[in-house]
Design a protein around this ligand. Sequence first.
Ligand SMILES: *Cc1c(COP(=O)(O)O)cnc(C)c1O
Length: 429
Amino acid sequence: MNTDSITIKSGSTAGKLAILGGEPVISAAMAAMPAGPYVDDKMIESIVRTTKSGIWCRIQSPNGTVPTFEKEFARFMGTRYCVSTGAGTQALNTCVEALGIGAGDEVITSPYTDIGTISAVLFCRALPVFADLDRESFQLDPDDVEKKINENTRAIIPVHIGGQPANMERIMSIAAKHKLTVIEDACQAHLTEYQGRKLGTIGDLGCFSFQASKNIACGEGGAVIGDDETLMDKCFTVMNHGTTRSGQHAVIGAKYRMNEFEAALLLPQLETLKARHDKRNENAWYMRAKLRDFPGIGLQKLYEGTGTSAWWLFMTSYRKDKFNGAPREKFIKALSAEGVNAGSYIKYGFHKSDVIRKHISDLKVYNKFYPAERFKKYREELECPVCDIVCDEEMLTLDVPTASGKQYLDGIYDAIVKVYENRDKLNSI
Ligand SMILES: *Cc1c(COP(=O)(O)O)cnc(C)c1O
């Protein structure tokens, strides 16, 4: 497409950039939207009820909010079992531990994620092996995943980044071929559908987070879902400080229980979740349609079979060659001044983390269980050039709130066009 053919759709895109003293496209009044997590009266009543009931911990009642939430969430997701936890990180760690993955084992995952994904592997003293990304989807590149498999690989943790699906068709077939377990990190991907199934139900186990920023939230919380009874019982035991459902102290385990207040907040949200999810999708697809032919912004690639999605993040690629070579940070600065909430998300992939490198080289257990040649190769392979480009130059997230109307979304687009029209000034700001 000819970059000069963009037409200015409304008067508001014309004129001086707000960062240079002009009028912002999105006024404060237009942007006024409820901040923070979703709250309604049923949630408040539920918290009050739990407080008064004196049942504050799951072991006090088999019919308390936590066991009820587990049943409801499993039903909602279409799986047989759910084990709730105190965080998404705890859910991921519960899975790795329940699978008996530990020192000497390797787990392949994405460097482009929340630290929780990596901690879950490191807590078990297993080795997180990073595969690179697909540049347009920001998801794991299945070819690189396959390249990183060796005789010590036990599992793959695909991360559905942004809430949109990783290439699960390829990842599941690679896992089947090499007899590996798949733990889906669906911590951002509540209700996302892929080839007719919900994310979290495709791999052997699926993990969710209910941390305050997520689409279902209770401050801190998480869940593991799955269909395999034996494996899910193991997850329960790990979560329940090593104590089985029947009260036997079976293993040494962390205590990762969700409390009754957290579940009291979550339960009523299941009733409103679908409607909020549909509104998020309506807004995300409206924004995608507006940006589709815009030359400077690439839309996140969605794999074949992507249905409705969580859109936890609305991810795009910034193309600086279309903005007079201006670095992404200057574009974000100019766009922010126009009243748009834009960001660059994760600063660097975890293959670059000094803390992780230090942790692995300092801990005796790593030095004991992994041969020196393996570490040498591991360090040499800590390179994910696509992830680096995404982090350093291209990732551009736009806040597309559930509660926003079309006028606000039009404002985001108009602001982008305005900055584009003024691209010759970007390098000087
Ligand atoms: C939020 C998140 C986690 C961790 O969940 P917590 O509840 O914050 O511990 C893990 N992975 C991804 C991709 C996340 O977004």
